[in-house]
Ligand binder design. Structure first.
Ligand code: PGA
Length: 250
């Protein structure tokens, strides 16, 4: 049985005080039943404070990015060890904005995934096609290209830990959501790819959907058999809408 996992991605939003206040409000408003796993990925400079506020609560704190090396001459970067010592437990890897604006490649995504797993962090690996890929019938090909290098660095015991976020780029921040059927089609394909390499362990991999998820559409998307959670941008910024999503799928 895969536990539903809803993670908020705050991107470059919320200062320190807003981060603390929003997390406190979420902790207070979250339903007490723990049938849904919950995470928030705040801005890097607020991770320390976020971990302090979230300590003992049901909210996991996730980073939005990480460097694959443990240490060395990598000016401006943060390692998995640095995240771990703060109390961060999850890390988003290969978000489409990182691929698009920072030139992150699927090879780098695989290296980061390996590093996260080695450090005991849960990687949330993002994959997804652009609108022109979908229109050209290349959705599954793009998914396979992005997924293969990640599957190549996994060992069988890593597989149940892995979280994959399918985020069609055309649905991110646009208000345009993939239909539940479109999401399910790609999620089933992703699981089949994992299964072809790791057999039944694929049943334990959680596949989140991301792209304009909100309280009003979360239930329908998550009713699909292979949609195991959501990576939520805009609708995770306030406690009311984020908690609304958790309530809708609880
Ligand atoms: P959105 O972002 O919910 O604002 O579309 C999702 C994401 O980028 O993870």
């Amino acid at each position: 049985m895969r536990k539903t996992f809803i993670c908020g991605n705050w991107k470059l939003n919320h200062d320190l005080e807003t981060t603390r206040a929003t997390l406190r409000e979420m902790i207070q408003k979250l339903p007490s039943s723990r049938d849904v796993e919950v995470g928030i990925a705040p801005v890097t400079t607020t991770l320390f404070a976020a971990c302090e506020v979230a300590k003992g609560s049901r909210i996991h704190i996730a980073a939005q990015n990480v460097h694959h090396a443990e240490k060395g001459a990598y000016t401006g970067e943060v390692s998995c060890a640095h995240l771990r010592e703060l109390g961060v437990t999850h890390v988003i890897i290969g978000h489409s904005e990182r691929r698009q604006y920072f030139g992150e490649t699927s090879g780098e995504v695989a290296q980061k995934t390996r590093a996260a797993l080695d450090m005991g962090l849960v990687p949330i690996v993002c994959i997804g096609e652009q609108l022109e890929d979908r229109e050209a019938g290349r959705t599954m090909a793009v998914i396979d290209e992005q997924l293969a290098p990640v599957l190549d660095v996994l060992h069988p015991p890593d597989v149940p830990t892995l979280v994959i976020a399918y985020e069609p780029v055309w649905a991110i921040g646009t208000g345009k959501t993939a239909s539940a059927a479109q999401a399910q089609e790609v999620h089933a394909h992703i699981r089949a790819q994992v299964r072809s390499k790791f057999q039944e362990a694929a049943e334990q991999v959680r596949i989140q959907y991301g792209g304009s998820v909100k309280p009003s559409n979360a239930k329908e998307l998550l009713a699909e058999p292979d949609v195991d959670g959501a990576l939520v941008g805009g609708a995770s910024l306030t406690a009311d809408s984020f908690v609304g999503i958790i309530e809708a799928v609880s």
